[in-house]
Design a protein around this ligand. Sequence first.
Ligand SMILES: *Cc1c(COP(=O)(O)O)cnc(C)c1O
Length: 416
Amino acid sequence: MSQSFPDVTDAGLAGLVTSAEHVALTESRAAHNYHPLPVVLSEGRGAWVTDVEGHRYLDCLAGYSALNFGHANPRLVERAVEQIQRLSLTSRAFYNDQLGPFAEALGRLTGKDMVLPMNSGAEAVETAIKVSRKWGYDVKGVHPDRAEIITMRGNFHGRTTTIVGFSDDDEASGGFAPFTPGFPRVAYGDAAAVADAIGEDTVAVLFEPIQGEGGVVVPPDGFLTDLRRICSERNVLMVADEIQSGLARTGETFACDHESVVPDVYVLGKALGGGLYPVSAVAADLDVLGVITPGTHGSTFGGNPLAAAIGHEVVAMLEEGTFQERSREIGLRLARGLRALEGEGLLAVRVRGAWAGIDIDPQLMTGRTMCERLVAHGVLAKDTHGSTVRFAPPLVATDADVDHLVDAVGAVLRAA
Ligand SMILES: *Cc1c(COP(=O)(O)O)cnc(C)c1O
């Protein structure tokens, strides 16, 4: 494709180290906990990134949806720079003038009374687990030390020892035992199985409304509604991990909105930091988050003024609704383009807003091979499990960008 590598930037020309040298240096000095595509990025604007050699790529991973608003979003960068020069960190030993307004705004967006701010997604999931257990003991009255949280097969909730303990991905959990007990697992999307698994010590059901790392797996229609009903009837907290699915990715503010379902607890992260900074949070009503008292939970960086300022600006942008709308438009165009490739090597196409998972005919190539070949067509994407690739372009992507992605996928399939 002639338009793949259109220009060489000054930064690329001025670079003292080649891409191969960066790869070698990184592999020799940074632990091998990832298997990156061999591109070395040095700049990003909107939906596009540039590597050290000046090649440009449409970023169709968008930091696993942390970059919903695009690279270097001007409004977010301006707010962050202003705040970092004024006050960046206080610790929660003191109040700061950013956390209150951020918590109020995020409470409004989620419809919840309060929020508990953390940094990474995994920390927010851990927070939701602690809150659920303490709610179980203090409010529901389950047997001491026996609280259970029902989880789903194929889940991805992060990388701490407790969280990987209830993953069914052997790569994620292998070698890290012993694990925290109390997390039975049921089939994803099976509300009856959830109902069957609830016992007298069940305090919560932890689930992703769409399984992102699982390959953009959308549960059957009605699953969220059924889950809501079951959790209410059985006095169990419905805990939605919307770290990747939330904040406009699926065309709604939250993926639970597709069934007009409101969980008891939202777990948020990724895009909440605008791609600039790690910002995560748990949002719930006072009867749930009220179980947390001074000394029971904390984080040195959680709720710092810089994080709160960025998170607040993200919420303000989401309240306008334009990103949700653009996500729906991108989704329609993406679905139309990718579905036209079904029968040309794609076995399945799943699209929810600007989020797509494709299953490639494994006879043709693995997901990894598809991603390696997309690089040559100016597209960065990430495979997951065998022959699945997911696409999540920033929500500032243009129609031409979406067509660029679809054309690249078509070209790779046709050349196979
Ligand atoms: C990414 C992700 C997490 C973990 O977030 P980190 O910031 O990487 O710790 C948890 N849950 C879901 C659904 C995610 O996609």
